[in-house]
Design a protein around this ligand. Structure first.
Ligand code: LLP
Length: 436
């Protein structure tokens, strides 16, 4: 997919760059991002809105993968940015992203994070709860600054997805509940707050979604309430943010729709419901993370040791694992992979790919067909662009990998490999903390 192909040496090439060369030059594990594919995905989302002539914003959910270069690329592509912490906001500020295009999410933004957002004059805060609304309103008064706000509601729609990552159902830590009247109360309070400009409503129903049904149900549910709010408070949202969650194809078990299909269906139902209620069409905002960067990312590993249990299993270990990709251990997530240096060869063995972390759960891929492999080989695991590097950690004091962007034959390091010195940068030797 994307610009991936097998070159004349039988090597996997991405963005016109030989991945075997990349592994040699930058070491492994290495994240490689296909810039052209990120651009293509962004355009697919944007075109779907443009085709329908609907005012929109596509905000990149940066939790999927963030760094200065990614933020710069996102803003060059005309994407807005969804940040969920002071750290992501700080990175966006340092990347010189236009502040007006930043949306701030989270179920427990701290006072200092809210202050940072107000001072930076970001585009909007997606308010999650009453405490936040109160604090934000107070901070805005103090700083004599107005802030645009979306209220996050839980539409009571559970997307077909893994339990840990579904957030749309009623029993969720996120957002204002619709049915119990919480959302109505939030609207009433937000409308009264002097420095709060209530732009609209936000809903996110989950992640890795393969159908449009959940989005349609969420919109239908929201409009039932919009009708009530209009009656009770003469309030009609100008913006409807329907969140992210568009699925991608990790393995052949996954069958996502083309991104345009999700958008067209969303627009169709929003148009239909607005017409029924005799309301102006709101702006439609979305915030894809995974579907913008997921399949653009590939991780290169070096194969090291192996262990064969005759007739049972053949383990191959790589030089990374749950430290750079937590998803298999956390969600039983599945991936596909090839040997980057022998990408054209027939598969003749079945291996289970183990990470190097000291626990049995650190398995990246079970039962992977590959050519006969050995410790000279480079394994390329596909679709690691979302929630791979961003959930990477230093378990076992393994340094985090480097990240390169590739395009048209060039490679750019966008995050350096962590060094051993980096690992102890914040450590204090015992002598400095214990009284002599
Ligand atoms: N908007 C909100 C409010 C979200 O909570 C999320 C993801 C997104 C947008 C972007 O969702 P996406 O388009 O990337 O599916 N670590 C998990 C995924 C957690 C998703 C959390 N929220 C994983 O690796 O599968």
């Amino acid at each position: 997919h994307g610009t991936s192909r097998i070159n004349e040496f039988g090597h996997l090439e991405i963005g016109g760059v030989d991945t075997v060369q990349l592994a040699k030059q930058y070491g492994t594990p290495l994240f490689v991002y296909d810039m052209a594919l990120i651009k293509q995905r962004a355009k697919q989302f944007q075109d779907a809105f443009i085709d329908e002539g609907v005012p929109y914003q596509v905000a990149y959910a940066s939790k999927a993968f963030s760094c200065l270069a990614m933020f710069q690329l996102a803003s060059e592509l005309g994407l807005s940015l969804d940040v969920v912490s002071g750290g992501e906001l700080y990175t966006a500020i340092k990347a010189n992203v236009p502040m007006g295009r930043i949306h701030f999410h989270g179920n427990n933004k701290s006072i200092s994070e809210l202050e940072m957002a107000v001072e930076a004059k970001i585009g909007c805060v997606v308010v999650d709860n009453f405490y936040e609304l109160e604090q934000l309103s107070r901070i805005c008064l103090e700083k004599e600054t107005k802030m645009n706000v979306l209220l996050r509601i839980t539409p009571g729609v559970e997307a077909h997805t893994h339990d840990y990552i579904s957030t749309g159902q009623e029993d969720s830590k996120f957002g204002f509940d619709l049915e119990s009247g919480q959302a109505a109360e939030a609207i009433e309070r937000a409308l009264k707050a002097e420095k709060i400009e209530l732009l609209g409503i936000h809903s996110h129903i989950g992640s890795q979604i393969f159908e449009t049904t959940g989005f349609v149900m969420a919109v239908e549910k929201i409009y039932q309430y919009i009708n009530q709010w209009r009656e009770n408070y003469q309030y009609v949202p100008k913006v409807l943010n329907l969140g992210g969650g568009f699925g991608i194809r990790y393995t052949e078990e996954d069958a996502p729709l083309p991104v345009g299909n999700y958008i067209k269906e969303m627009i169709r139902v929003v148009k239909e419901k607005s017409a029924e209620s005799n309301m102006d069409l709101p702006e439609i905002w979305i915030e894809p993370g995974r579907s913008l960067v997921g399949d653009a990312g590939t991780t290169l590993y070096s194969i090291g040791s192996s262990k064969e249990l005759p007739a049972i299993r053949h383990y191959l270990s790589v030089d990374g694992g749950m430290s750079d990709n937590l998803r298999p251990a956390l969600y039983q997530a599945k991936y596909e992979a090839v040997l980057a240096n022998r990408a054209a060869e027939q598969t003749e063995e079945v291996y289970s790919i183990a990470g190097k972390c000291c626990e049995s759960g650190d398995m990246l891929i079970w039962d992977l067909p590959l050519p006969k492999a050995n410790h000279e080989d480079i394994l390329a695991v596909f679709c690691t662009g979302a929630y791979g590097y961003s959930m990477a950690n230093n378990y076992n004091r393994i340094p985090r990998p480097a990240v390169v962007f590739v395009e048209e034959g060039d490679a750019y390091v966008v995050i350096e490999r962590e060094s051993y010195a980096d690992l102890i940068r914040l450590d204090k030797p015992l002598v400095s903390v214990v009284k002599q």
